[in-house]
Design a protein around this ligand. Structure first.
Ligand SMILES: C[S@@+](CC[C@H](N)C(=O)[O-])C[C@H]1O[C@@H](n2cnc3c(N)ncnc32)[C@H](O)[C@@H]1O
Length: 232
């Protein structure tokens, strides 16, 4: 049987998922990542969960097709409620940042020290803040581009950290990393923030503090976009 195909995004998730006894993929939908982790022997067992029974049935089909039924637990659950016993690593990807942050804040007592692999489409600062609030810290932030879109992946482990508002926006690890994709990503984010800044300046009642923050973020992205590569 050919290996399950992973695009750049799921390949990066796989690279960040440590070898372990049991992992969990929350919001799994198609289930490709956990099935590949099982097939490669990276994880001995996996929990595959989704809030949607219809989405989970897609994962179930793949688990059955690939002969992984004995090593997979499938569960319909909201966020970390799927973790009924301790696991070693938990991934949550392909959801909004607010959904991921909410799941972390509501369910953190179920994490029991598990490594986190997170990738939100939106609201990344809220995810980074939730990581801080549950007593975790970021150890890696990596970029990839798939289907003409940028994706940021976070890996976090237990341990206290405090990030500034600017670090929560830029990414404390990403902005110091030598990721070869950083300059391109930063140039795109700079454009997003400059457009936001233009809107703020044209508002009927311009908010001075919001304008100051947007100027600071746009300037920080401009500096990152101009940087070739920097040491970690
Ligand atoms: C776009 S899919 C992402 C699938 C896969 N994780 C990936 O990144 O390719 C998002 C999935 O998250 C599920 N989801 C949304 N909110 C959830 C929650 N609170 N708990 C569990 N799953 C959730 C959705 O039902 C959907 O199947």
């Amino acid at each position: 049987m050919r290996p399950i195909q992973l695009d750049e995004r799921l390949s990066l998730a796989m690279a960040l998922f440590p070898s372990c006894r049991e992992g969990a993929d929350i919001g799994t939908d198609h289930g490709r990542l956990p099935c590949r982790l099982l097939e490669e022997g990276r994880c001995q067992r996996m929990i595959l969960s989704d809030i949607s029974p219809k989405a989970l049935s897609r994962a179930q089909t793949l688990v059955q097709q690939r002969g992984l039924v004995d090593r997979a637990t499938l569960v319909v659950a909201d966020g970390l409620e799927a973790l009924t016993h301790p696991v070693d690593c938990v991934s949550m990807m392909g959801m909004g940042g607010r959904t991921i942050a909410g799941a972390l804040l509501r369910g953190c007592q179920r994490l029991a020290g598990a490594t986190l692999v997170l990738s939100a489409h939106t609201e990344l600062p809220e995810v980074r803040q939730a990581v801080e609030e549950i007593g975790y810290h970021l150890v890696q932030e990596r970029l990839c581009r798939a289907g003409n879109r940028w994706y940021v992946f976070l890996q976090a482990v237990p341990g206290a950290a405090r990030y500034t508002p600017l670090e929560r926006i830029l990414g404390p690890c990403l902005s110091r990393s030598g990721d070869p994709l950083l300059a391109g990503y930063a140039a795109w984010r700079r454009g997003v923030w400059e457009a936001r800044l233009a809107g703020l300046r044209q508002a009927e009642a311009p908010e001075a503090e919001q304008i100051r923050q947007a100027e600071e973020v746009a300037a920080a992205y401009a500096a990152l976009a101009a940087k070739e590569e920097s040491p970690c």
